[in-house]
Structures are given as C-alpha cells and as structure tokens.
Ligand binder design. Sequence first.
Ligand SMILES: Cc1cc2nc3c(=O)[nH]c(=O)nc-3n(C[C@H](O)[C@H](O)[C@H](O)COP(=O)(O)O)c2cc1C
Length: 212
Amino acid sequence: MREPWVVGVSGASGTPYAKAVLTGLLDAGEAVDLVISRAARLTILDETGATVRDAHWKDDVGAWLGRDLGDLTYWPAGDLAAGPSSGSYPARGMVVVPASTAACAGIAIGLSKDLLQRAAEVNLKERRRTVIVPRETPVTRSHLEHLIALHDAGAVVLPASPGFYGSGAQATAQQLIDFIAGKALDAMGVEHTLLTRWKGELNAQRNPLGGP
Ligand SMILES: Cc1cc2nc3c(=O)[nH]c(=O)nc-3n(C[C@H](O)[C@H](O)[C@H](O)COP(=O)(O)O)c2cc1C
C-alpha cells in the first residue's frame, strides 16, 4: 500500500526549506503528496521565479524542484475532497514547511480553510507524525499560543532557526537551509545526509562546503 508523506507548503517566506525537504524525501525513495497553499504560490514566485499552476503541476513543480518527481502526487489546495482530507487515506504523516502564522493558527484551532489545514488536522487527530516548521519573527503572544496548542496536539514544532555548529560561521545559505530540512527529516524518521552532526568536539575541522 502506498503510504506517502503529506508535504504542505504554506505562504511563509522560506520556500527553499520546502524544496530541500521535498528533495530529501524523494532522494530517500519516499512517496510524497504535495499541497501548496494559494499564498505559497506567491512566495514561491517571489523567491524563485517559478509559477505553480494546478493544471500544469508536473511541469511547474518539476521546474521548481529541478529534478524528476519520483512518486510525487499533487493535490490542489482548494480540493477539500482530496485523499489527504480523510483519516482513512493512508499517510505516514505530514510536514508543513514553511508554516505561516496563518497556517499555524488555522491548524491549531481546526479551521480547515483549505486542504493543507485540513490534512494537518487529520494527521493530528490520527496521531500521525506531524512536523510544523514556523517562519516568522518577531512573534506575538497569539502566535506562541498557537504553537503551544500544536505541540500539545502532538506536533513537533521545529522553528526555521538554523544552527551554525555544523558548518561554522562561514556557512552558506544552502547549508543553513539543509540544516533545517535535515532536522525536519530527523523528526520524521527519514534518513538523509543533509547536515553535519555534532560529534562532541568543539572547533572540529569543518568542511567549508559542508556536507557529510
Ligand atoms: C512574499 C510574502 C512573504 C510572506 N512571508 C511570511 C512569513 O515569513 N511568515 C508568515 O507567517 N507569513 C508570511 N506572509 C503572509 C502569508 O502569506 C499570509 O498570512 C497568508 O494568508 C498565509 O496563507 P496560508 O497559510 O494559507 O499559506 C508572506 C506573504 C508574502 C506575499
């Protein structure tokens, strides 16, 4: 039985995090069900120049990711009858990356205003692994309260807050992106080589180009 990871991309800045997580999942041979919110089309366009159209998703998502799509299925965000909208649809879990404050709020209160929010709520109620990668700064009390609600509902809240210990102070943007993607994949239990793991040694020799 096909048991995909649902990947929700919402309209926060940080679409390279989504690309790195998707790449990591596909590299690991995982099946993926992708949902891109309407606002995320704007951030993808703004940050990469790529357009994502429901009717042309294979071409558009392929161009955005710059690779073959493996076992990737795309569901339009407005399709509330899509597979991931039901708990009886098989799924290993879900990652929302990046997660806007609006998506965090909607998932936390069960708003289900689109497929992304509904699928996340379904994963939480089915007690499946759910990883939320919020991207906003600074934050209000209400943002924090929504993150606590998500935590209490069983989600791993994994802020897009990269550490520099793996790659050092000269880390490239890609290394910092991969750090967050790697931590998200760790939380999902998916193997990867995206980050350099701490070895218990200060000032260890670092590969300036990163990688394992
Ligand atoms: C270019 C751009 C960047 C944005 N960056 C963020 C951000 O970093 N964090 C955030 O919470 N919202 C951000 N927003 C606002 C969200 O897109 C907006 O709240 C939207 O309603 C989120 O909808 P969604 O959760 O359905 O994707 C940004 C919007 C645009 C157009």
